[in-house]
Design a protein around this ligand. Sequence first.
Ligand SMILES: [Zn+2]
Ligand SMILES: [Zn+2]
Length: 913
Amino acid sequence: MPRDLPKAYDPAAIEDRWAAYWVEEALFDQPHAPASTSAPVFTMLLPPPNVTGRLHMGHMLEHTEMDILTRWRRMCGDLTLWIPGTDHAGIATQLMVERQLAEEHKTRQQLGREAFIERVWQWKQHYGDAILDQMRRLGTSVDWSRAYFTMDGPRSTAVREAFVRLYEQGLIYRGAYIVNWCPRCQTAISDLEVIHEEQQGKLWEIRYPIVGEPGFVTVATTRPETMLGDVAVAVNPDDERYAALQGKMLQLPLTGREIPVLTDSWVSRDFGTGAVKITPAHDPNDFALGQRHGLPSISVLDETAHMNAAAGAYAGLDRHQARQRILADLEAQNLLAGVRDHVNSIGKCDRCKTVVEPLLSTQWFIRIQPLADTAIAAVEQGYIRFKPDQYAKTYFEWMRNIHDWCISRQLWWGHRIPAWHCAQCGKITVARSTPEACAHCGSSRIEQEKDVLDTWFSSGLLPCSSLGWPERTPDLDAFYPTRLLVTGFDILFFWVARMIMLGCHFMLEEPLADGSKRSLEQAVPFREVYIHALVRDADRQKMSKTKGNVIDPIQIVERFGTDAVRFTLAAMAAPGTDIAFSEERTDGYRAFANKIWNAARFIFMQMERAAEAGIVIDLSPPLPVGGHQDDGHVPLESIWIISRLFGTAGEVNQALSEYRFHEAANTLYSFFWGDFCDWYLEIVKLRLDFTGPAAPAHAALATLVGVFERALCLLSPFMPFLCEEIWHALYENHPPRRSIALTAYPQNRDGVCIEFAEDQMKRLQELIAAVRDMRRQLGVEEKASVPILLRVAPNDRAGIEQNKDIVGRLARVSSIEFVDGMPEGTSVRSAPGFDVAILYQRTIDAAVECERLKRELARLEKEVSNADRQLSNEGFLAKAPENVVEGLRRRATELSVLIPKTRAALDSLNCGS
Ligand SMILES: [Zn+2]
Ligand SMILES: [Zn+2]
């Protein structure tokens, strides 16, 4: 049966099939942790997409990079485990379902908590796994048997365990605190979830009468409605203007309350009038100042941003109406001293864009400092490394200025806090399983806390909980710490830092399999964090719905094929630079896939022809590595392509180990397109004569197939579908083979770079290029074969003589005459190693040729002066990679030969000046 690949490469026709095959065969599952393994372990956690999600280009890049690394490590012999899952994404998901309800003119309050949560679960069933289906289609080589959801049974157990332990350790407390409150979402949100925007606002100056004497203190404020909650006015202790007022009382307008003037060095003398109103319940800085001075907090706004009873006459108004009324009343009493334009920064809810309100409320917190100290140490001591490494600096900056983590959210969707309030004694019982009675007084009148946990609390536990923690599982012994985390910069703090803090904290308490104590190095959740780039559009603009430049990965995959899109992302993923995704490039890589497809068809055709002549080659034979120079049986191109193959393998392995995806992809591209297709395939056609003696044709075919098979293996992590299809066609499934993904990744073996073959081939390539170029210049008909004159160093003659059939075929040369000097008046091409002339009856146009040579000379002279300048620049020499400097030196030597040759050619034509 022939190896029939359809004539045209059609990704749509092959990709669905292999995507389904990989999942059905459970090829990438690691269902049982091995008791022991000598192989390195490569474990990775897939950043769980939100159940609200749809795959976007950022995911596509992230998943492509992770899949390349996993497939590569798997083929290198590592025990690989890549764990997928999805995140319940508290606030984001709740918002989606609330929007859905709004379309039915319902609210979650109308539904009630239980029915609403039921509704979210239904929503999750329906939409939640869509993104996982997309990942399956894209061939993501994860262990599907381990897919988790952050609110499933085992993950819920882990969350409760973590909460209870932290509580018992005194690291969780409940406190009144000023939080960012979203009046729409009706929940506290973390600092990271507030987006700050500059806004043109006003600064109002209000007069506060001094008690018992005439006169005022004028304060400046951007939020006059909060003045009803003022408890003091503060000035800088060094501010001469207010020295006499210290310790005096002021009358708070509109309320009749009296408040003190106090001093605090936090107050800036330059802001407004230098006297500021202090409202601890509605401003985080004022809250901190109030704590320092033991001031009370008076809330005047409720959770819906309406004025409450403490606001007296203004109770019931919303914050905007209240502002207008208060300003009008102050004006009427002649207490409004002035108003100015003022640019201020306002915070908005990241989810719903409502202006957030700093609000005093009772929340749950993690006392973060002890956890942060350990997490800082883990990175300082090198147990976790960031790539690119500048992110370590960002991490330290944040961790060293960290505030206690407010972990409670007033949402319904999420892990409900495992704490029960007692109606009898008022105390709190925190427990792993739902208690029957209050732990303090035994009363059964207990009610569970209504708040849920910040969604990052559960995802912060994932490196442990996805492997079964808090159970002491064999998985935890085998696969923890994970090897690598690949993620985006935007969740460095939300997620990465939390995983480091929680992972180190809980795993330090977990003994190793042999019962011994775990070190910090063994407790970290991952060894390395690779922060990937952003995908932008072709004009380097950020993709956004409003700009309408969002590229949908599924659509682009349907147009060009997954392999071409993956390859584009990899080829453009230079560390530290964003990707300007271009469809043109993708189209180019689709052509690349097509080129490989055609190469496969050509090779299969040769195998068929050989079989008809009774030659059957052994598939996957050992390659004749390191052929000897004097071994006349192995043709140059065979030794050369093997040398190139393993050289490429070396470069690709090296590049991947440093996350230089672009280098790996570009190396593979130039190997396949240039070395393999453009050169080797053309030359090898000379040997595939199955009508002549069998041995040389057999050997050539065996090398061709062997090199191609290994090259496919090299490429397969990047283009898994194409390579799987061709590889199965090559073996015709006989004997049964499961997947190219389970073969060994080619490695560079020492000494396989066969220098003489690479040098000789380079010489031949230069000669062929020179002859081709001359033919074009001279207008030689494409089909015509021409004789050439060649002057080379005596040592090089034999090499060219032996391979004259290659020159003959690739440059259409009928014969080569070796000469010591070129006849007067011939047009000559010069390279460092040779001079060549074509014997062609058309006489050359001397004037045109003179012009060409002059241009050539000018170009060479410019190049030599550039090279000289760089090579005499100490700074450049110190900074440039060694191979670049080496390359420049070599080129400078070549130029020192070429320039005199070109001058001589000019002289021989008597061009004049
Ligand atoms: Zn909101
Ligand atoms: Zn009680």
